[in-house]
Design a protein around this ligand. Structure first.
Ligand code: ADQ
Length: 481
């Protein structure tokens, strides 16, 4: 990053990795953000994870090293309507193209705005005029508008971790115009892929009558901002280190003993309907059915920690998967082999790295995903001399980069089973060539590059936004992946 950027960094995210959380337990993103804050000193602001009737309007402020943490507690009904209601009941399905799961209630939308206004009001007294504010994800799209309304004039950037839907899908959201107006109050809007950028720019020029200039500069309703793709990466060194260290370790020994020489296929996903788990289970079943030579030879392990258990759709998915796993195992298991191991708990990073390393297949088959970090983690954890094969959905942002993966369509269950079979039979030379392609990409864009790249561009937006505007034709239309 521009070492010249001395302004204090303020990060806003719904979940804040507390100072007590151990580094190996926190995700790569939390670790990278903490590092960025530590480097320049900063403030991390978000929800405390707690609710209380008539909560205090001020956040609880603590300090650890160079980082100040400010955590706001919310009223339980406001929190529900903001988080389970609008953010995860409306925006999450919309951005993942799941219109059948989308529910929209005006009361949730109003609570979403009220909660954002409350966060802005709580943050404002903590801000200094030259702070750089970086807002994360769909829980906080209106935060920039609210901070501007309170008079904050410094830089504000927003990063959207999930896909940005194409206009035809986005129009289904009754509040679409207001959300894009909210985006225009940021200086820099970061999305995961070029596809996402095209989707948003197409909407801006067609619906919001905005203009698109060079470098993703956008003019809209009297404001200027930039829309740029910053594909997120992982902490590559940490995964390589953990995976290498796992050889001969306890986790690996236990795993090898349990596999008894069988091939392992691994899936690691939050238990979320966007991750395509039912389709993945069906494809594994189809593999066992149509390619009986793999029976008793391959074990699939799906690690899926429960997520958003308070949302009905997620509880239904959990029941569906339990039934499906039971049916597959009931049908194909032998007295000495269980085809599908299905685990609902989280694991520390070193254990995950050990499991990735041991797996000949990495199965990443979401129906839609902003990036999917598991795909990159799986690649980073492989043995360069004898790597496994990444089977990857075309609908994950990571598919744009992972040219060595076997790319599948998760809606085509039989096609997926064929890809699993191909991966299981793939000769070592081809596995190495494909892995080298993927690993070069993973190394080229780490989580640190992502963080530094966004912040450097945010620091430089002032000059770009004040430059002469240039009218540009509507961007190439969005045709989907
Ligand atoms: P997620 O939807 O959570 O992230 P993903 O990118 O795969 O999806 O990240 C999940 C992270 O959680 C990975 O680092 C993984 O190792 C970890 N994890 C999953 N299961 C685990 C388990 N059982 N134990 C421990 N750790 C586990 C959102 C978007 C993505 C986008 C990321 C980052 O939905 O598309 O890639 O943000 O921007």
């Amino acid at each position: 990053m521009g070492g010249s950027i001395l302004a204090r960094l303020v990060i806003v995210s719904n979940r804040v990795a507390s100072p007590k959380e151990r580094l190996a337990k926190a995700g790569g993103l939390a670790v990278a953000l903490r590092e960025a804050l530590n480097r320049r000193g900063g403030l991390w602001f978000g929800w405390s994870g707690e609710t209380e009737v008539n909560p205090p309007a001020e956040p609880k402020v603590t300090k650890a090293g160079r980082i100040t943490y400010a955590l706001l507690t919310l009223d339980p009904e406001e929190q529900r309507a903001h988080y389970a209601g609008y953010a995860n009941g409306t925006l999450w399905p919309l951005c993942h193209y799941r219109l059948g799961s989308l529910s929209f209630h005006r009361s949730d939308w109003e609570a979403y705005r009220r909660v954002n206004a409350a966060f802005a009001k709580a943050l404002m007294p903590l801000l200094k005029p030259d702070d750089v504010v970086w807002v994360h994800d769909y829980h906080f799209i209106p935060l920039g508008t609210e901070l501007r309304a309170l008079g904050f004039e410094g830089r504000i950037g927003y990063f959207h971790h999930i896909p940005w839907p194409t206009p035809e899908v986005f129009y289904c959201l009754p509040s679409h115009a207001a959300l894009v107006r909210d985006l225009s109050h940021y200086d820099l809007v970061g999305l995961q892929t070029e596809h996402d950028v095209r989707a948003l720019l197409t909407y801006i020029s067609a619906e919001a009558k905005g203009w698109i200039g060079p470098g993703g500069v956008v003019g809209m309703q009297g404001r200027r901002f930039r829309v740029v793709a910053y594909p997120i990466g992982i902490d590559v060194d940490a995964f390589v280190r953990d995976a290498t260290a796992s050889i001969g370790g306890q986790d690996r020994k236990r795993l090898d003993a349990s596999l008894a020489g069988r091939t392992l296929a691994i899936g690691v996903d939050r238990l979320d309907y966007s991750k395509g788990l039912p389709n993945k289970f069906s494809a594994f079943e189809d593999l066992l059915e149509r390619y009986p030579e793999h029976r008793s030879k391959v074990t699939m392990m799906q690690i899926a920690p429960v997520s958003r258990g308070e949302v009905a759709e997620y509880r239904a998915l959990r029941r569906e998967l339990e039934e499906s796993a039971g049916a597959i195992n009931g049908r194909y298991a032998e007295f000495d082999w269980v085809p599908l191991r299905y685990l609902n708990k989280p694991f520390p990073r070193p254990t995950l790295a050990a499991i990735y390393r041991a797996a000949r297949l990495g199965l990443v088959t979401p129906l839609r995903d902003g990036m999917n970090l598991v795909a990159k983690e799986y690649v980073a954890a492989q043995d360069p001399e004898n790597p496994g094969v990444l089977v990857l959905s075309r609908f994950a942002g990571a598919a744009d980069e992972m040219s060595g993966a076997l790319i599948i369509n998760p809606y085509d269950v039989e096609g997926m089973a064929e890809a699993f079979d191909l991966a299981l039979r793939m000769p070592r030379e081809e596995r190495i060539a494909r892995w080298e392609d993927n690993m070069a990409k993973v190394k080229a864009r780490t989580i640190h590059d992502w963080c530094d790249g966004f912040l450097a561009d945010l620091a430089a937006t002032g000059e770009m936004l004040s430059g002469e505007s240039e009218q540009r034709p509507v961007p190439r239309s969005v045709t989907g992946h």
